[in-house]
Design a protein around this ligand. Structure first.
Ligand SMILES: Nc1ncnc2c1ncn2[C@@H]1O[C@H](COP(=O)(O)OP(=O)(O)O)[C@@H](O)[C@H]1O
Ligand SMILES: [Mg+2]
Length: 258
């Protein structure tokens, strides 16, 4: 990342000069290709939003009159509602991703208590988890942190096959940590390096029925990076899985970005 801005300065007329010039041309072409791709995703998602809102309204209306339909049509009404909701989620997630790619993401620094935040997230998801650890307060962006924790907790429930989910908060050497673990079947070792890739799903057949797009972890990772932190995943022998968010512990917003 940032590497694409690299240019070679060798204004000589020999082979090195020629090589340098074609390297620079290639880097510039690649950079503008990525930028075009990002804009394409942003435009498509933006254009889909309006018709999707209309579809949502229509589908809500159908659902309100659900009991007026013969039983044979009710299932169709439910299907429409479900897929409209899924499509909206996809579009929202794509917009989030392209906002980060555009470098347009705004960070609102404020004091956040990680334990209180975890509790709020779990409550909002209507889930029960164990929450361990002290109240750790740091300067961060509440909405972005909520997004991260919510995606991890959601995954622990979706992919953890009904096992207990635990959130652990800690603090150590100037950084804070928040882990989410479950006792589910885990993640195969060869999938671990790809977890944070966009659209990656370790188990396509299962994920399909659950309606995830494989964007949740990519979004969580980008948000952690924006806050100056990172996310690590461990799943020994494909066994119980732990995702750990590591963030710098700050008492004030960073002077020059994360
Ligand atoms: N707690 C977990 N246990 C097992 N697998 C997981 C867990 N969290 C994530 N994964 C794997 O990582 C993939 C990517 O996660 P994510 O980006 O959130 O996509 P999604 O949940 O939409 O499939 C999932 O499809 C799943 O295979
Ligand atoms: Mg997910």
């Amino acid at each position: 990342e940032g590497l694409l801005e690299t240019r070679v300065h060798a204004a000589t007329a020999d082979e090195v000069g020629v090589l340098a010039a074609s390297f620079n041309e290639m880097a510039a072409a690649f950079q503008s290709m990525l930028e075009r791709e990002r804009r394409f995703v942003a435009n498509v998602s933006h254009e889909l939003r309006t018709p999707l809102s209309a579809l949502q309204t229509a589908s809500d209306l159908l659902e309100t009159h659900r009991s007026d339909f013969p039983a044979s049509s009710r299932e169709a009404v439910e299907l429409i509602a479900e897929d409209v909701a899924n499509l909206r989620r996809l579009v929202e997630e794509l917009m989030e991703v392209s906002e980060v790619d555009a470098g347009k993401a705004i960070i609102r620094w404020e004091e956040v208590d990680l334990r209180a935040l975890a509790k709020a997230v779990v409550r909002k998801l209507h889930r029960q988890t164990l929450i361990d650890g002290p109240a750790v307060v740091t300067m961060s962006d509440k909405a972005r942190l909520e997004r991260i924790v919510s995606n991890l907790v959601h995954n622990a429930f979706e992919h953890g096959r009904g096992t207990d989910v635990r959130v652990t908060i800690g603090e150590q050497n100037g950084s804070c940590r928040l882990s989410v673990s479950d006792g589910g079947p885990g993640i195969p070792a060869d999938a671990l390096p790809h977890l944070f890739d966009r659209f990656f799903k370790a188990d396509r057949s299962r994920s399909r029925e659950r309606g995830g797009f494989g964007l949740g972890l990519a979004i969580a990772f980008e948000n952690a990076r924006l806050l100056g932190g990172t996310i690590e995943a461990t799943s020994p022998n494909g066994g119980p899985t732990t995702f750990t968010v590591v963030l710098p512990r700050r008492s004030a917003p960073p002077e020059d970005g994360p």
